[in-house]
Write a protein that binds this ligand. Structure first.
Ligand code: KIV
Length: 283
């Protein structure tokens, strides 16, 4: 079994030009599959709100939802670097609140790091959490928790003015003590510049190749999430189709009495006569 990665390993990988792989997971089986497949990291994203809880966005997700899903993933992936995603409302109010909630991820769910969304406006949060001794990952570009302000799930940094803002955010996030930065849905030209400019690893979800690794949402790449598929997703499987077909086959089998078969039942160990006698007791 591969050794669990640390932030030092992630820095080494950046220096060597070795790409890091991460995926989201929200429960025990997915955590376990990710660990078996040798992923470097797992993000228990607040995307769980959309992928597994059926919300329209990530805003309704609570700290308790996140902690519960993080614990399940950790049980499935005890030897993988797992990042807990701070949900909306868990760090917006104050630095003290942010540190308190970040601590919950480590103490209650055994996370290795936390991630939070935003640039300049969360710099004091990143600094406070990092000063508390917690590994922080930043996240800028398309930030789903503020999709309302962005006018939807839209690519960011495509013009020079917004790209400038993102470069400033990225530098400030590193200076505040973050140990990695995730760029979501920004042009590869900008990704390449930021990945070169920063000394910490810079990862992409929908931000192209030129950086230190890739994240993908398990529900998207497996074809489990059916509401929409972002342009930047490669679908590696259509698990929803497999599941729906399996359920349909089960329905047909039960209605046609093809399931259960003899091999699926527990036969009595006493004789049929003994059972007849038993049933008579109740006549
Ligand atoms: O919650 C999540 O999965 C995320 C990704 C969209 C980066 O934050």
């Amino acid at each position: 079994m591969a050794k669990k990665k640390s932030v030092i390993d992630l820095m080494e990988m950046k220096k060597k030009g070795e790409k890091a792989t991460w995926i989201t997971a929200y429960d025990f089986p997915m955590g376990s599959f990710a660990e078996q497949a040798g992923l470097d990291m797992i993000l228990v994203g607040d995307s769980l709100g959309m992928v597994v809880l059926g919300y329209q966005g990530t805003v309704p997700v609570t700290m308790d939802d996140c902690i519960s899903h993080c614990k399940a993933v950790r049980r499935g992936a005890p030897n993988t670097f797992v990042i807990g995603d701070m949900p909306f409302g868990s760090y917006q109010i104050s630095d003290a609140d942010a540190v308190y909630n970040a601590c919950r991820f480590l103490k209650e769910a055994d996370m290795d790091a936390i991630k939070l969304e935003g640039g300049m406006r969360v710099i004091s949060r990143i600094k406070a959490i990092s000063d508390a001794g917690i590994v922080v990952f930043g996240h800028i570009g398309l930030t789903p928790q503020s999709s309302g302000q962005l006018g939807g799930f839209k690519a960011q940094g495509r013009d020079v003015n917004s790209a400038r803002e993102l470069i400033r955010d990225a530098i400030a996030i590193q200076e505040a003590g973050a140990r990695a930065l995730l760029l979501e849905a920004v042009p590869p030209e900008l990704t390449a510049y930021i990945a070169k400019k920063l000394t910490i690893p810079v990862y992409s979800i929908g931000a192209g190749v030129p950086c230190d690794g890739q994240l993908i949402i398990c529900g998207d790449m497996l074809g489990l999430f059916q509401a929409f598929t972002p342009k930047f997703v490669k679908k590696y499987a259509n698990v929803a189709e497999v599941i729906v077909n399996a359920f349909k086959e089960y329905v047909d089998d039960v209605k046609g009495e093809k399931f259960p078969e003899d091999k699926h039942v527990y036969h009595a160990i006493d004789s049929p006569e003994a059972f007849e006698a038993l049933f008579k007791e109740f006549e």
